[in-house]
Write a protein that binds this ligand. Structure first.
Ligand code: COA
Length: 365
């Protein structure tokens, strides 16, 4: 057979790999909509429960409510057995996998399964966070929304309205974002007629990497490492000169300012307790954008969602080691909505690959 001359795009950059009615992302103009509604409007006037229902069912339900669900004891037992040093993303992935083993979600995925898993995940992460500190898990209070319920199960206290609202806004912003690596992973898994827990466990594995979902805690580390705003320019210059990446900047799709970063920045501006950190972040952002433009004049690298996510997550009192897993909680709505969408018009996702190994040869002797 002759050489395969079909075009190949490393990383599938620019390749259309599906159709979706969930998120519209216009990377050049910096626009994001869920089923047609602009993200800024959804953050200001919607809740995560409404957004999740919108993604799952296509309907805007004014009275939508989604509280945290309790977990089967087997799942809590699995979490108890993990070492206290376990990475929170590994713990969440393990809990979702155990939940799937116990609750046995089957093909085809359903809205009920999507709701159940999205409602169980915050309980699992909060339980892990307490167990590693030698504390007992707190049963969910289903009257609270998912974000407030998560904070309640972490601390044992009902969060104040401002914190609950800020984390809910973060969940709205993180709910869905097209064919990113973790969502694509979920769709590949569900396309084999596997189940929604397997799809979400795989998605969490993909999100764990710092090039995808691991950046907000790295943003906090970087801002800390660079010292004062006066030292930022030198620190950023030497980081870029070493060929390293600035966390919280750059995106595969956005060439303009990430609209999610803009929405979260205004949420952060309304929060007490992060003012000092935020002032520094804003000042450093300006320097970073200038130096990134110098560093890559032909490739727009702008602020991404993770940069201001760090401010909001810190502001509601979450420790940085829970940031990536909290992002994963928010993305459950999108992952599961993609499972439903994939299943509704399923074709097994199985692309071709170009073989570049040795020509036919034979074993010695
Ligand atoms: N800091 C410094 N350089 C960056 C950069 C960043 N944050 N983001 C991209 N670049 C550079 C790359 O080094 C690369 O340079 P090279 O061509 O000299 O190797 C070039 O821009 C293109 O990078 P590539 O990874 O091919 O492009 P991409 O647009 O697909 O990258 C990310 C997207 C998210 C992987 C990338 O921007 C990144 O690693 N950002 C930092 C991590 C982060 O914030 N992740 C959260 C994403 S929401």
């Amino acid at each position: 057979m002759g050489a395969d001359e079909r075009p190949y795009s490393p990383g599938l950059k620019g390749v259309l790999a599906g159709e979706t009615a969930l998120a519209m992302i216009d990377g050049d103009a910096g626009r994001l909509q869920y089923r047609g509604f602009p993200i800024g409007e959804l953050v200001e006037r919607g809740t995560y429960a409404q957004v999740a229902e919108l993604l799952w069912t296509g309907e805007w339900k004014t009275d939508a409510h989604l509280g945290c669900a309790s977990l089967p004891t087997e799942v809590i037992d699995v979490l108890r057995r993990l070492p206290a040093s376990t990475n929170a993303m590994d713990a969440l992935r393990t809990a979702v996998s155990a939940w799937g083993a116990v609750d046995g979600t089957l093909w085809p995925p359903t809205v009920e399964q999507a709701r159940a898993l999205t409602a169980a995940a915050p309980t699992a992460l909060a339980a892990f966070a307490r167990l590693r500190d030698g504390l007992e898990p707190i049963p969910p209070d289903p009257s609270l929304g998912l974000a407030a319920g998560f904070l309640h199960q972490l601390t044992g206290q009902r969060p104040d309205d401002a914190a609950a609202r800020a984390l809910d806004a973060y969940f709205v912003v993180g709910a869905e974002h097209g064919f990113n690596a973790s969502t694509f992973t979920a769709r590949v898994i569900i396309s084999t007629h596997s189940d929604v827990a397997s799809a979400v466990a795989g998605a969490i594995g993909a999100l764990k990497g710092p090039w995808h979902g691991g950046a907000p805690s790295a943003v906090v580390d970087q801002l800390h490492e660079m010292g004062s705003v006066d030292q930022a320019e030198a620190w950023i210059r030497s980081t870029l000169a070493r060929g390293e990446r600035l966390m919280g900047f750059g995106h595969r799709v956005y060439r303009a300012y990430d609209p999610r970063a803009a929405a979260l920045r205004s949420v952060a501006e309304g929060m007490a307790g992060v003012a000092g950190w935020l002032d520094k972040a804003v000042a450093v952002e300006e320097i970073a954008l200038r130096l990134l433009a110098e560093h890559k004049p032909d490739y727009a690298i702008k602020t991404n969602v993770e940069y201001y996510a760090a401010a909001v997550l810190q502001g509601v009192g979450l420790p940085p080691n829970l940031f990536p897993a909290t992002f994963a909680l928010a993305r459950h709505a999108g992952w599961t909505a993609h499972c439903l969408e994939q299943a509704a018009a399923n074709v097994l996702i199985r692309p071709d690959v170009r073989y570049v190994g040795p020509a036919e040869r034979h074993l010695p002797g």
